[in-house]
Design a protein around this ligand. Structure first.
Ligand SMILES: [Zn+2]
Length: 242
């Protein structure tokens, strides 16, 4: 099992790790700062660098589909043209795992903004996608949304400089508080004994395994570029960073 360092500290940009396996799926490590695609958030890119200079460019990170894998087990997917470098990488090698921080920080800013939107729109979420260029969040609702009011609300929450922190609760505690779950399409992973809650202090609290900024002020300038009626029961909000 791989240690998912980003779950406790999303601000980590790199770490030392040992190669566990090199296979057709990609490279697995004993620990990583690379976030694997999940919960709507795109997987990280970056590089694995060995002390002798061998460098594997990583194009994506995904959850392992190997039998017995947990949600923390990430596969680092090499970029095109890495075959000859990969041929020199072996289990047991020590590497430095380095993420593309500019891209990841955009994910974190946009992802945290989706939590602020959840606080402003009191409806269930039935779709979510977070990339470096935009985030979109689909709400299960029939009422129209007021873009100017939402934009002003987001700005107020960013300017409010609310701390963002992680809390863990047991499966039983979550099952006793089903109202915590805002997303219909992404169920929190039960069966591992504990569930990760993301708290924007005083604003939002819900299960989430993604990466977030440490304070809403770190989001900076974000704007709602589109609100659309996706279907009779879905309103889609699209966000971009300035
Ligand atoms: Zn989140």
């Amino acid at each position: 099992m791989s240690a998912a360092l980003f779950r406790d500290d999303a601000q980590l940009r790199e770490c030392d790790a040992r190669v566990v396996a090199v296979g057709p799926e990609g490279v697995t490590l004993d620990r990583t700062v690379f976030y694997p695609t999940g919960g709507g958030q795109a997987g990280d890119r970056g590089a694995l660098v060995r002390a002798d200079g061998l460098r594997i460019a990583i194009a994506d990170t995904r959850k392992s589909r190997a039998p017995g894998a947990t949600p923390d087990d990430a596969v680092h997917v090499p970029d095109d043209g890495q075959e000859s470098a990969l041929a020199h990488l072996a289990p047991g090698d020590d590497v430095r795992a380095i993420i593309d921080w500019d891209r990841r920080h955009r994910h974190m800013r946009l992802h945290t903004t989706t939590h602020l939107l959840c606080a402003l729109v009191p409806h269930a979420v039935n779709g979510c996608s977070i990339t470096a260029d935009y985030a979109r969040l689909d709400f299960d609702m029939v009422e129209p949304l007021d873009r100017e009011a939402l934009q002003a609300g987001l700005q107020r929450l960013v300017d409010g400089a609310h701390p963002v922190q992680v809390r863990w609760i047991t499966d039983e505690q979550l099952l006793a508080q089903p109202d915590l779950v805002r997303t219909m399409t992404v169920k929190p992973p039960l069966g591992y004994g504990r569930v990760r809650l993301l708290e924007v202090v005083g604003v939002d609290l819900q299960p989430c395994g993604g990466t977030h900024v440490s304070n809403t002020a770190e989001i900076g300038s974000v704007r709602i570029v589109k609100i659309e009626k996706k279907s009779a029961r879905t309103r889609r909000v699209v966000l971009e960073l300035d």
